[in-house]
Ligand binder design. Structure first.
Ligand SMILES: C[S@@+](CC[C@H](N)C(=O)[O-])C[C@H]1O[C@@H](n2cnc3c(N)ncnc32)[C@H](O)[C@@H]1O
Length: 254
């Protein structure tokens, strides 16, 4: 956790207040361990210095402990499994994945060089040495593929084909997908070994988009059914493959 983080809710002055570990160690620690609150670690791609209350778009955060536990519960990585994480951020999820599956089995990609550097420093200080890549996670990392597990901690509007290509048959991809319902939906896909992956949505979530997918697009153009209804997301089934992503109604909830 960085020494200075922003609280994700605006104060009465309209700004996001900052917690400084050196100036308010108890308040900082309490904020860090609150189960349900993500803390903001970067605003406007790092152009805003973490020196005081600020405004702007959130571009990196540390997910709340409860969300990270949910992600890892559904990802269910086993010791020895090769895992790819997209969005290293602070390195917190990377540390847990590495602890679980083993140092050499985790590859993590962060697009922001400064965030990647800080994550490396923290992970090495813990004696953890996953493969740390600075670059565009939408391309995956072919040299270490195939992966048993892929976890995206940034959301997408459309699933990058590289993630499906780099999954082992039977491998799992967990990714927050933008939806027409005003929030993301956590999606769990399983690779079928024939170039496609299939799955269902698990829960409503809120994540930051990957950098290249920040611009809104038509949901129908992204494979959503035109009549998708917000209280029916449990009935949707997703297929991703060479023909793109298709989301369609399924007769039953999981
Ligand atoms: C919610 S944060 C990740 C939280 C992180 N897993 C943690 O435990 O601290 C999302 C991260 O994804 C990164 N990101 C955005 N687009 C990306 C891309 N195309 N490739 C890799 N990382 C990306 C952002 O810079 C940001 O750090």
């Amino acid at each position: 956790m960085p020494d200075r983080v922003w609280w994700p809710v605006r104060g009465t002055d309209g700004l996001y207040r900052i917690y400084d570990r050196t100036q308010q160690p108890r308040a900082w620690l309490k904020a860090v361990y609150l189960p349900g609150i993500p803390l903001i670690t970067q605003i406007d791609d790092g152009t805003v210095a973490p020196t005081g209350p600020a405004d702007g778009a959130f571009t990196s955060s540390i997910s709340s402990p409860s969300v990270v536990i949910e992600l890892l519960r559904h990802l269910a990585p086993e010791p020895g499994q090769k895992t790819l994480e997209i969005g290293t951020g602070t390195g917190y999820t990377t540390a847990l994945l590495t602890h679980r599956t083993g140092d050499t089995n985790v590859t993590t990609i962060e697009i922001d060089p400064r965030l990647a550097h800080h994550a490396q420093t923290r992970l090495h200080a813990l004696g953890l040495h996953p493969h740390l890549i600075t670059g565009d996670g939408e391309q995956g990392h072919p040299p270490n593929a195939p992966y048993d597990r892929i976890l995206a901690t940034a959301s997408v509007r459309t699933i990058p084909p590289a993630w499906i290509d780099q999954l082992r048959p039977g491998g799992l991809l967990l990714v927050p997908l933008d939806s027409p319902f005003g929030h993301d939906l956590l999606l769990r896909l399983e690779a079928d070994g024939h170039g496609q992956a299939h799955g269902r949505f698990i829960a409503p979530v809120e994540f930051m988009r990957t950098r290249a997918q920040r611009t809104p697009r038509s949901h129908v153009g992204l494979g959503w059914p035109p009549d998708a209804s917000p209280d029916q997301w449990q009935y949707l089934h997703v297929t991703v493959g060479p023909a793109g992503q298709h989301i369609h109604h399924h007769a039953s909830a999981p």
